[in-house]
Write a protein that binds this ligand. Structure first.
Ligand code: XMP
Length: 326
């Protein structure tokens, strides 16, 4: 399809002025495509869907219906930020779906990584479809497809993120970012006034903390990985590592070990810290973090996160380790 091919002479969007020009062009094109009709968007709060949402809010306001599905596997503060930015600040038409129990019940006892991914992806489509069916008169589905998605997997965003088109529901697609690279999407997001921690956030897998809570997901370990990740992010921000390290997070294995707390032996979980740099995620090197910072983060996690008595730092590059623990 020719309109899915980036013209060779298309200028790279690198400055606020170029972003403004792109936005103005898109506002005209989107209004022409959509007219008075309504558009549905699954808004995860990731960079691509957030930029599409902001662009469409500017173009068609309340004709856009955003659905944010909280599957319980998002990082600390993410659902709250989606509501704050899009509903409170941008006055968007946002449906918030609390599907936490539904996802965690489906995932209970499932330890196999591929099965977990499949359940999360399938359940996401089901929840989204249910919400879509409740709405009348939706003709369009907006998607945060970007150019690398098209290069990798054809015309529809079908890569390993959760989401996608409900199979039997016929919508026309609205994909305003489909010829842009990720760095260009970020420049456009900045120009649209999105918060920089949303625009410049590190990569986060579609199945979210589900790939970092190893084995069968339990609520106690899921909270432990979410809280320890929040502490790691806070300390990296405070100490100047946040903008410098490509990806950093915690993972929690399904394994307890003995420790001591208040002079008593306790069997508790351990948490693994991962912090890596890479260009293309195919290979990665481990970030050198000062020992003092690691011990400080360890002290915070073991005292603030219930049920965790040990913290480990993963020194393995890719290969042989992958970036995620799964
Ligand atoms: P691995 O673990 O294979 O990860 O070294 C490479 C990069 O891909 C990210 N990743 C995902 N991204 N959906 C995504 O959008 C996924 O399901 C997924 N799984 C892994 C991972 O975080 C790392 O940046």
């Amino acid at each position: 399809m020719t309109n899915n091919v980036r013209p060779l002479n298309m200028q790279r969007i690198t400055t606020p002025a170029l972003a403004e020009a792109f936005i103005n062009e898109q506002l005209v094109a989107l209004r022409e495509q959509i007219g008075e009709k309504r558009v549905l968007l699954a808004l995860s709060g990731g960079v691509d869907s957030s930029v599409v949402a902001a662009l469409l809010i500017k173009a068609i306001g309340k004709q856009l219906v955003c659905v944010h599905v909280n599957h319980g596997l998002l990082r600390k503060g993410e659902p709250e930020q989606v509501i704050e930015v899009f509903r409170n600040q941008m006055d968007a038409n946002l449906i918030y779906v609390d599907a936490v129990d539904r996802f965690l019940d489906k995932l209970a006892g499932v330890a196999d990584p591929e099965s977990k991914r499949r359940i999360i992806g399938a359940e996401f489509i089901r929840v989204f479809e249910e919400e879509a069916r409740k709405l009348d008169g939706i003709d369009f589905l907006a998607q945060g497809t970007i150019y690398p998605d098209i290069l990798e997997s054809g015309p529809v965003k079908a890569h390993h993120n959760v989401g996608g088109l409900p199979e039997d529901m016929k919508f026309e697609l609205v994909e305003p970012l489909k010829l842009l690279y990720k760095d260009e999407v970020r420049v456009v997001g900045d120009a649209l006034g999105l918060p920089s921690n949303m625009v410049y956030r590190q990569p986060f897998p579609g199945p979210g903390l589900g790939v970092r809570c190893l084995g069968a997901i339990t609520r106690d370990r899921l909270e432990a990985v979410r809280e320890s990740d929040a502490i790691l992010r806070e300390e990296f921000e405070k100490n100047g590592y946040a903008g410098k390290v490509w990806q950093y997070f915690t993972a929690i294995p399904d394994m307890k070990s003995v420790g001591v707390r208040d002079d008593r032996r306790v069997d508790e979980w351990c948490v693994i810290i991962r912090a890596v740099n890479t260009k293309d995620a195919m290979t990665a090197t481990v970030q050198n973090i000062p020992f003092e910072l690691l011990t400080h983060i360890t002290a915070r996690i073991t005292s603030e996160v219930p049920g965790v008595n040990r913290v480990l730092y993963d020194l393995t590059p890719k290969p042989t380790g992958t970036i995620e623990w799964e």
